[in-house]
Design a protein around this ligand. Structure first.
Ligand SMILES: Nc1ncnc2c1ncn2[C@@H]1O[C@H](COP(=O)(O)OP(=O)(O)OP(=O)(O)O)[C@@H](O)[C@H]1O
Ligand SMILES: [Mg+2]
Length: 167
C-alpha cells in the first residue's frame, strides 16, 4: 500500500483494504461519522470488515445491503454500519430513527451516503474508493477538522505498518 499524490492511497488487494480499515480503527475515539463512496464492489464493506476486526469483533461482518444497518456493540463504543443502496427515499431514514444511531459516542460508517441525501448529518470524513484495474485507490474527498485529523492518523498508522513490514 502506498501514497498516490497528496490524498490518494493505493490499495492493491482486498487484504490491504482490510489493513486500511484496521489503521483507521486505531484512530477512532467515539462519535466519528465516516461516509464511504464508490461503485458496487469497490471495497467499502471490506474496509469496514477490517475496521471491525481491529476493534475486536470476531463474529461475522455482514453487508447491510438488505437490512440497511448492522449494529455492533463493541467494547469501546457502539458502531453502526449502514448501506443505503436500497433506500427508496431519503425520508425513510427518519422512520429508521437515524438520529438515535448518530448520537455520540456511536461511530457511524455509511455506504452509499448519497442515497440518504440531506437526511444524513454531515460526515467527518468522506472517502471515495476508486477501482483501478485489479486494485483500488482511496481518496479523501471531504473532511471536517476532525476528519482531517482522522485522515492524518490513518496515514501515520499505515506508515508504521509499512515500516514494520520492511524490518
Ligand atoms: N484492492 C481491493 N480492495 C478491496 N476489495 C477488493 C480489492 N481487490 C479485490 N477486491 C474484491 O472486491 C470485492 C469488494 O466487495 P465489497 O463488498 O467490499 O464492495 P462494496 O464497495 O461494499 O460493494 P457494495 O456497494 O455492493 O456494497 C470483494 O470481493 C473483494 O475481495
Ligand atoms: Mg458493501
Amino acid at each position: 500500500m502506498s501514497g498516490n499524490g497528496p490524498e490518494g492511497l493505493e490499495v492493491p488487494e482486498a487484504r490491504d483494504m482490510e489493513a486500511l480499515g484496521a489503521a483507521l480503527a486505531l484512530c477512532l475515539r467515539g462519535g466519528e461519522r465516516i461516509y464511504l463512496e464508490g461503485v458496487l464492489g469497490a471495497g467499502k464493506t471490506t474496509l469496514v470488515r477490517g475496521l471491525l476486526r481491529a476493534l475486536g469483533w470476531q463474529e461475522a461482518v455482514r453487508s447491510p445491503t438488505y437490512t440497511l444497518v448492522e449494529s455492533y456493540a463493541l467494547e469501546a463504543f457502539p458502531l453502526h454500519h449502514f448501506d443505503l443502496y436500497r433506500l427508496a427515499d431519503p425520508s425513510e431514514l427518519e422512520y429508521l430513527g437515524v438520529r438515535e444511531y448518530f448520537s455520540p459516542p456511536a461511530v457511524c460508517l455509511v455506504e452509499w451516503p448519497a442515497h440518504g441525501a440531506r437526511e444524513l448529518p454531515p460526515a467527518d470524513l468522506r472517502l471515495e474508493l476508486e477501482v483501478t484495474g485489479n486494485g483500488r485507490v482511496v481518496y479523501r474527498r471531504q473532511a471536517s477538522d476532525r476528519g482531517q485529523s482522522l485522515w492524518d492518523c490513518l496515514i501515520q498508522n499505515l506508515r508504521k505498518v509499512r515500516n514494520l513490514q520492511c524490518e
